[in-house]
Ligand binder design. Structure first.
Ligand code: HEC
Length: 204
């Protein structure tokens, strides 16, 4: 009985199959059969769509398109002060980065008196980060670690202002927005070069 049911399902499926059925799934990939697959897929015309999904709307793409470039491209409108950032940091960040950003247990975000020469493995912002702008990119995507993406633009600017302050890079009364963030020159600015290798075997 079971055999009959399976056969019936197979027949129905076969009856519905489009003329150009996709190639069966391969169970193992070897150089020989993957080369054969490439030739085969070049010869076969793939369908223009697979009958599911929808084109991504501009609004949907915009929600994913949040990267901030080193030159500040992509920074949203907003502003935040060192003191607002201090409050936010105490509530949302201090548990992992320490009460004043140096105690840990996770990465020390500041290192008073630290320098690239003295502590080359330091990841403190004032020692290691080449651009203040990319702090925005990183924090909005990755921090706080358990709830990334929850900070508003104003909160993100504020916490960056606080972090730059504890690294001695902006005064206690600083307020940051997109323009002032771009204008900050980080101590490690010249420690990095743009990686313009095209890929593949290129080595510089
Ligand atoms: C639950 C723990 C936790 C919390 C809370 C947290 N962080 Fe982090 N943070 C980490 C860890 C762990 C890393 C290292 C991640 C890695 O190396 O991939 C990190 C890395 C960072 C870095 C990069 C440091 C560097 O130079 O590499 C920054 C900046 C940062 N956090 C900012 C924040 C801010 C701002 C907040 C609060 C809004 C926050 N973090 C809250 C755990 C946390």
């Amino acid at each position: 009985m079971k055999g009959v049911a399976v056969a019936a399902v197979l027949m129905i499926t076969a009856g519905c199959a489009p003329a150009e059925a996709p190639a069966p799934l391969r169970t193992e990939s070897t150089p020989a059969n993957s080369a054969a697959f490439e030739v085969e897929s070049q010869e076969r015309q793939l369908p223009s769509d697979f009958g599911f999904g929808a084109p991504a709307s501009d609004e949907r793409i915009a929600r994913w398109d949040i990267d901030i470039k080193p030159d500040g491209e992509g920074l949203p409108t907003g502003r935040g002060t060192v003191s607002e950032g201090a409050t936010l940091y105490a509530i949302q960040c201090a548990v992992c980065h320490g009460a004043t950003g140096i105690e840990g247990p996770d990465v020390a975000l500041a290192e008073p008196g630290g320098s690239w020469e003295d502590t080359p493995t330091s990841r403190a912002i004032g020692v290691y980060w080449p651009h203040a702008t990319t702090l925005y990119d990183y924090i909005q995507k990755a921090m706080p670690m358990a709830t990334p993406g929850t900070l508003t633009p104003d909160e993100t600017y504020a916490v960056i202002a606080y972090l730059l302050h504890i690294n001695g890079l902006v005064p206690a009364d600083a307020e940051l927005d997109a323009a002032s963030l771009v204008a900050i020159e980080m101590p490690a600015r010249d420690r990095f070069v743009p990686d313009d290798r095209p890929g593949g075997a290129t080595i510089r």
